[in-house]
Design a protein around this ligand. Structure first.
Ligand SMILES: NC(=O)C1=CN([C@@H]2O[C@H](COP(=O)(O)OP(=O)(O)OC[C@H]3O[C@@H](n4cnc5c(N)ncnc54)[C@H](OP(=O)(O)O)[C@@H]3O)[C@@H](O)[C@H]2O)C=CC1
Ligand SMILES: Nc1nc(=O)c2c([nH]1)NC[C@@H]1CN(c3ccc(C(=O)N[C@@H](CCC(=O)O)C(=O)O)cc3)C=[N+]21
Ligand SMILES: [Mg+2]
Length: 287
């Protein structure tokens, strides 16, 4: 039986509908419109896709979004100054600096400079620490979106073996952290570029998450029959979006799979809007 397709667009639409209502209530009560400021330096293709969709989603849900587009040649100091300006701007509730930054810029220093209360990506070390202790402030959007999808589909994680391919700070590591935490209770293995025999490990997964950044990295024979496959990858190949999983091969083996596009991406955006509303609520109540 071919895999069932986990419809990220549909699940995210349901989440966004709730966010729209909550945002309207918040605006009515406070007169404040939740405001997300995004910073894009240069022209990373996955970031371009993200920017486009997130602007549209903010607008539809009644949030304000502003995009600061900076040229690839932007200096560390110029970028740091923009972050300081957004930190100080009381009309801005959420700040997101698109990654990856161009080679010559130090992303860690920039992410550390975002005040934790506006860190809607959940990348600041204070927010990472809170998450890893199981008392989250802002959960990172992509892993949180994946957990929401699993929950929505009634896919249990407890006692299951989850294999995450990728150990980045934005996807792989926080994905593993959420899957292993109490309540989710998966047994988690993390793979990366130095892992030996990834295929053998991947084949043990009940839940396989691919966050590699290599088109169709996961082949059909790396998937255990009946496994759930979550494809986080957003790769542009000949002007089309493809994931990190060989989708047609995986459909023959998996029990359920997320497509690209239309899978994890829309969930990331829904979680970003949720974090921005949450940030605005906190900042309004702190006044
Ligand atoms: N759908 C969404 O909402 C989002 C999608 N993405 C997409 O997800 C993908 C991953 O993103 P991100 O985590 O930021 O990417 P990174 O490039 O930061 O991380 C990739 C990870 O994959 C590992 N890796 C690379 N090559 C191999 C290999 N041959 N075998 C095993 N592991 C390998 C790397 O290992 P090592 O650490 O050893 O280098 C690294 O840990 C990208 O396609 C990105 O565009 C990202 C964010 C959100
Ligand atoms: N600080 C930071 N935080 C991020 O979360 C972050 C980032 N930087 N840099 C780039 C990656 C990539 N990313 C995407 C999110 C949604 C879609 C998305 O909406 N995808 C749609 C695309 C639909 C289409 O346009 O065809 C889909 O998959 O269906 C894509 C990519 C977030 N990232
Ligand atoms: Mg990819």
């Amino acid at each position: 039986m071919p895999a069932s397709i986990i419809d990220g667009r549909k699940i995210s639409a349901a989440v966004r509908e709730q966010i729209s209502k909550d945002t309207a209530d918040f605006v009515a009560a406070t007169g404040v419109t939740p405001h997300l400021a995004a910073v894009l330096v240069g022209d990373d293709p996955a970031s371009q896709v993200y920017v486009r969709n997130k602007e549209r989603a903010c607008e539809k849900c009644g949030l304000k979004s502003t995009l600061h587009r900076l040229p690839s040649e932007t200096t560390q100091q110029q970028l740091a100054e923009l972050v300081q300006q957004l930190n100080a701007d009381e009309s801005v509730h959420g700040i997101l600096v698109q990654l990856p930054l161009p080679e010559h810029l130090d992303a860690t220093q920039i992410l550390d400079a975002i005040i934790p209360a506006k860190d809607v990506d959940g990348f600041h070390p204070e927010n990472v620490g809170l998450m890893s202790q199981g008392r989250p402030r802002f959960l990172p959007c992509t892993p949180h979106g994946v957990m929401k999808m699993l929950e929505h589909e009634g896919i249990k994680t407890s006692g299951r073996h989850a294999v995450v391919i990728g150990r980045s700070d934005i996807v792989g590591k926080p994905m593993a952290a959420l899957l292993v935490q109490k309540g989710a209770d998966a047994t988690v293995t993390i793979c990366h570029s130095r892992t030996s025999d990834i295929s053998a490990i991947a084949r043990q997964a009940d839940i396989l998450v691919a966050a590699v950044g290599i088109p169709e990295f996961v082949k059909g024979d790396m998937i255990k029959p009946g496994a759930v496959v979550i494809d986080v990858g957003i790769n542009r190949v000949d002007d089309k979006l493809v994931g990190d999983v060989d989708y047609s091969a995986a459909c023959e083996v998996a029990s359920a799979i997320t497509p690209v596009p239309g899978g994890v991406g829309p969930m990331t955006i829904a979680m970003l809007l949720q974090n921005t509303l949450h940030a605005a609520k906190h900042q309004a109540s702190a006044l």
